[in-house]
Design a protein around this ligand. Structure first.
Ligand code: ADP
Length: 201
């Protein structure tokens, strides 16, 4: 099947869209335990970028797991497929010239490496939202830890499924020692230079 898919040569390229937008497009990937603060921080980062006139979009469990990935469970194979599809969607968004934020637990190192290989290294910014499982369980924003302890949820990352922490994230946020505002500022500071188009582009 694949050999019969011949790409059409479109006249408007990723570079054209980026130059129209006056900024680069790439993926900002937030990884960390459930309740660690990924969506909270991503939301503030997006607002800060939006205010600067940057084209943005945020992918998260709500708009992905309830829609395109509603057929997937939390078993390792399905988690892998979940991440693969999100990476492919992110790649299209990057192509469309949009700075894409993605907030997903994404507990497996090899799945995160797979994202990187799909969108390419230069387009991937990894943010490790590092909050201890004890603190996440104390917050228990969605009541998932309580359910996991009661055995109602299987494969709960941090409780009954592993979380493989990134070794070299681009930015690490230890939320137990920093405010949401400071965390978002640290991330924006990191990505501002990446937004700049090279003068010959
Ligand atoms: P995730 O998206 O990682 O599952 P959420 O962002 O939904 O996590 O929930 C994180 C919770 O922790 C929110 O209720 C947020 O207000 C709270 N929180 C407390 N301190 C921080 C902090 N420094 N950074 C991020 N979130 C924090």
């Amino acid at each position: 099947m694949k050999e019969n898919i011949i790409p059409h040569d479109y006249q408007i390229s990723r570079k054209d869209r980026q130059s129209n937008n006056q900024h680069n497009s790439f993926l900002i990937w937030f990884t960390g335990l459930s309740g660690s603060g990924k969506s909270t921080i991503a939301n503030v980062v997006e607002q800060k970028l939006f205010e600067k006139g940057i084209k943005t979009y945020t992918l998260d469990g709500d708009n992905i797991r309830k829609g395109i990935n509603c057929d997937l469970t939390f078993a390792p194979e399905d988690r892998k497929e979940n991440i693969r599809r999100i990476a492919e969607i992110s790649n299209l968004m990057i192509d469309a010239g949009v700075v894409t934020l993605a907030a997903f637990v994404s507990p497996y190192k090899k799945d995160r490496l797979n994202i990187k290989s799909i969108v390419k290294d230069d387009n991937f910014v990894e943010i490790y939202v590092n909050t201890s499982v004890e603190e996440c369980e104390r917050r228990d924003t969605k009541g998932l830890y309580k359910k996991a302890r009661a055995g109602e949820i299987k494969n709960m990352t941090g409780i009954s499924a592993p979380y493989e922490a990134p070794e070299n994230p681009d930015v690490e946020i230890k939320t137990e020692g920093v405010s949401v505002e400071d965390a978002a500022n640290k991330i924006v500071e990191y990505i501002l230079p990446k937004l700049k188009l090279l003068s010959n582009e």
